[in-house]
Each structure stands twice: as C-alpha cells, then as structure tokens.
Ligand binder design. Structure first.
Ligand SMILES: Cc1cc2nc3c(=O)[nH]c(=O)nc-3n(C[C@H](O)[C@H](O)[C@H](O)COP(=O)(O)OP(=O)(O)OC[C@H]3O[C@@H](n4cnc5c(N)ncnc54)[C@H](O)[C@@H]3O)c2cc1C
Length: 472
C-alpha cells in the first residue's frame, strides 16, 4: 500500500519533494499551501500582464543534479542571460563585483583610489581576528573599500551594522570573494580561461533564466505533480500538528484535518515549532527568538525612461540618503516579463522588519515614497510612471542573529519527532538559494526511503566552499 505524505508549502522545496516522491510511484502526496500561488518566494507575480520576479532569481547551481532537473522540467524555455549588476554610490555607477578598470579609478578619484590600495595592503599584512562581518570584509578588502562598497548596503539588507553581525555569515555567504579572487578572475577572463566550476558565484557572468520568470519552472513542476496523481490544495494554512508516540499524528488546517505517514515541512521553523501542539516551552522560546528580515518590492512601469538604456539586471543602491536597497530592471532579465514594447518594468526593493515604519506604510503612500526616492537619485521622473504595484514578503531572509547560535537545540527536538522532515530555506532556517532548497528535498526523500539519519538533510549547504555575495 502507498504511504501517505503531507507536504507543507508549494515553494521550490515542497514541489521538489512532491515530484521526487511521486516519481517512485510508492507514495500518495498532498501539498498544503497557505497562499493561492505556486512557487513560494520563487513565484512570478503577474500584474496587468507585466511579471515580477521577487528578488530576481538567477538559475545558477554548481550541483549537477539540480541543473539536469531544471533542464528536464523546462528545457527550451530557458534563456541564457548576461549577468550585469552595478553599484550606485555617490550617484556614480561601479561594476559589481568591483573591478579595477579606468571607470572605477576615474569615479573614485586618484586620492581615494590610492587610499583604498594602501588600506588593502595594510589589511593584508595586519589581519584582524574575524569576530564580526566587518572584520571579515576588512580582512578581504581593506577598510576603505569596505566602507565605500559594502558597509551601507549590507546594513540596509540586515537592518544592523556589519560590526554587529557574526563573521560566520561572511563565511557562509561571501567566502572566497576577495580582491585576489577578483584579480585572478579578471586575468583568466582576459586569457579566455574561465571555468565556471571553480569561480565564485558572485563572479559568474551568465545565468539561466526561464522566459516567464522563475514561477514558470515551478508551475511546470506543479503540472507534473498533478499528472502523476499528486494533489495541491491552495489557501490551506497548516495551523496545528498533533503528536503521538514521537510522531506527528494529525495535521490541522483551518477547515480540515489530515493523517499522514510522514510530513515534509517547508514552513518557517518558528511557525512550525509553535504549531506542534506539545513543543517544550524552552524550544518554543528559542524558536520565537529566531529572527527574519522581511522584504517589500514595488513594481513600476515606465515610458520614455532613461533606464531603458541600461543593461543591468539589478543595481545595488549603496547611497545612504535613501532607503531603497536594490533596483531590478526586469526587461534585462527577460523581455518576455514585459507586456508592451517600449516600456521599462522595474522593481524597487526594500529590506525591512514586519511591522516597522516601512512595513506599516499604506500601499499608495509607499509607492509614492518609492517613486520619490528614485527621483531623488535622478533615475526616473514621476510623470513617466504608467502603472505600479507593491508586494510584501514576510520572512524573506532567515537571519543568523537572535537564538540562531542555539539552533542545534531546535534541530535536535525536531529530529526527535520521527516522521517530520524539515526542508527548504525557512524550513531549515538557512540562507538557501533554490538549488540548496531543492537539495534538502532530494536528501529528505532519500532519508525517508532508506530510513537513514536526518543529519544528511540538515547538512546541505553547510560546506564552506559554495557561496554567493551577501547581497542576494
Ligand atoms: C530577494 C531574494 C532573492 C533571491 N534570489 C535568488 C537567486 O537569484 N537564485 C536562487 O536560486 N535563489 C534565490 N533566492 C532564494 C529562493 O527564493 C529560495 O531559496 C526558495 O524560494 C526557497 O524555497 P522554499 O520552498 O524553501 O521556501 P518558499 O519559497 O518560502 O516557499 C514556502 C511555501 O510555504 C508556504 N507556507 C508557509 N507556511 C505555511 C503554512 N503554515 N501552511 C501552508 N503553507 C505554508 C508559503 O506560502 C510558501 O509558498 C532569493 C530569495 C530572496 C528573498
């Protein structure tokens, strides 16, 4: 008889798990999804025919299995896009990752350029003990380059200064990127010797991208799940999970109850611990002290915009006098995201905390504020805005602050419940991209089938070798 599996969440992790389980033909699979959308944070939102990719999702992975899986699901619908991103600082554009070309030197001015060089030499000789993210950046780039290109943006993303963030975060997300790696990359590029397997993710120059945004891939996966007999129930938020004999026995949503042999959860760990009816008080306290960073994006449709001439996928806004953190130009991700020719479709990204001043602003007020910020940066004119939309994303980033340093206690408690498997980004409280979110599901399916240790699932993306810049 087929085992019954309930999956919480129809994001990349939940959908990957469902598809992999169904392919074995040994499981009956139901996905419970709180929202009305497929794809979680990796969905594509359609606003009047113009599509928003929340965050801008590059499809790039060093994991072969993920690449072949993406190819199997989407194949010809993938575009190969040039990666171009720059930093806006003091109203001037700089390449990202920073490169040592004449524009950089001209924009910085020779005095600052020399200062940067000297502070880099100093940092190379006098390495600091790496306690904080600030130490981490200074050791790799020198103080001057750190304050010019890293400090303010990183503070916008996390809402706290770099000297209050653990250096572990740098090791996890920025790792091998340094002046040396930038120089080696430039040299290899000029000699035509680039090998994508060995270069830092931040330096990758091309990436795959579904014509209609990341949601297109996940919508295809959901169709495959339905074709294999799986079920996806929307607007069905999991509220409570009853336990009996070290197992989850019943899963409750607002209107229904489900029994299952096993549960794959991609819901945020904080919510999961609170939903399990008899979680111990100390574990609930730790879970409640886990922190997240939330996210707001504003889509603006423009006509006659000078942004039309830019080739960037996104621009990091390092300027401290505005709150916007990053600007996406969706036309450059895929022209198919934009309904009408000769219009420019952009996304303005703000990092915030649920219920702070930005989060609580009324939609119209927020959109006007966002437009005024881009006007202040001389990037757009208000009269050129044809259409707009604001989207809010709760728990976009699991933070490595709060009780994160005691996360093992939460993990051990969850491991003590036999039939629950935690997968994905918030499902593991780890800063996972799509590929690693998927990988947790591949591992979880293996662990379930072979009845092996759950550590393999938790160990995904813990190696220090693979990482991106701190800013995605
Ligand atoms: C700004 C930004 C940029 C990014 N850029 C990239 C990139 O360039 N490349 C890349 O590979 N990745 C990128 N990512 C990461 C990528 O979005 C995530 O790795 C991926 O979406 C995580 O998948 P998931 O299924 O674990 O979680 P999610 O996508 O969060 O999906 C979880 C799903 O569970 C549902 N859910 C939650 N609670 C419940 C509940 N109680 N009951 C029922 N359903 C529930 C949610 O509604 C959601 O649909 C980016 C993320 C952000 C925020």
């Amino acid at each position: 008889m087929k085992k019954t599996i309930i999956i919480i969440g129809a994001g990349p992790a939940g959908l990957t798990a469902a598809y992999e389980l169904l392919k074995t033909k040994n499981f009956k699979v139901t996905i419970l999804e709180e929202s009305e959308y497929i794809g979680g944070i990796s969905k594509t939102y359609n606003h009047n025919g113009n599509r928003i990719d929340i965050g801008g999702h590059r499809f790039f992975s060093k994991i072969e299995k993920v690449n072949s899986w993406w190819k199997e699901v989407l194949n010809e619908e993938f575009l190969i896009r040039d990666r171009k991103s720059r930093i806006l600082y003091e109203r001037k554009f700089y390449d990202y990752p920073v490169s040592l070309n004449t524009t950089t030197i001209k924009n910085l001015g020779i005095v600052r350029f020399i200062k940067i060089g000297l502070s880099y030499i100093k940092a190379s000789i006098l390495k600091k003990e790496e306690k904080t993210l600030e130490d981490f950046f200074i050791n790799r780039f020198g103080y001057e380059l750190y304050i010019t290109f890293f400090r303010d943006y990183t503070q916008k993303v996390w809402g706290v200064p770099c000297n209050k963030i653990d250096a572990l975060f740098g090791h996890q997300r920025v790792k091998g990127l340094s002046i040396t790696s930038v120089l080696i990359h430039m040299l290899k590029k000029s000699l035509g010797k680039l090998n994508t397997k060995n270069i830092e993710t931040s330096l990758i120059e091309q990436f795959k991208y579904p014509k209609l945004g990341p949601g297109q891939l996940w919508e295809n996966v959901s169709q495959k799940i339905l074709d294999l007999g799986g079920e996806i129930i929307f607007n069905e938020k999991v509220n409570y999970l009853e336990t009996k004999d070290s197992k989850i026995s019943i899963i409750h949503t607002q209107s229904k109850s489900f029994e299952a042999d096993a549960i794959f959860s991609s819901m945020p760990i904080k919510d999961l611990i609170n939903a399990i009816t008899n979680s111990p008080k100390d574990i609930i306290k730790l879970a409640n002290d886990l922190e997240y960073r939330d996210f707001i994006t504003v889509g603006l449709l423009l006509e006659n915009s000078t942004l039309d001439n830019l080739k960037d996928n996104w621009i990091y806004i390092q300027e401290p006098d505005v709150k916007i953190g990053r600007l996406q130009i969706f036309n450059n991700w895929s022209p198919f995201l934009v309904k009408k020719e000769n219009t420019t479709w952009i996304g303005l990204e703000y990092f915030c905390n649920e219920n702070d001043e930005l989060w609580n602003m009324k939609q119209k007020e927020f959109i006007n504020f966002a437009i005024s910020e881009l006007e202040k940066l001389s990037l757009i004119k208000k009269e050129n805005v044809l259409d707009s939309i604001q989207l809010k994303v709760k728990k976009a980033y699991p933070s490595y602050f709060g009780s994160y340093n005691r996360f093992d206690e939460i993990k051990n408690y969850l491991n003590s419940i036999d039939n629950i498997y935690c997968v994905g980004r918030n499902g593991q409280h780890r800063y996972n991209n799509m590929d690693h979110s998927m990988m947790t599901s591949f591992e979880a399916v293996n662990v379930l089938i072979n009845n092996t240790s759950k550590e393999k699932i938790w160990n995904v993306n813990t190696e220090k070798e693979y990482h991106e810049k701190s800013s995605s």
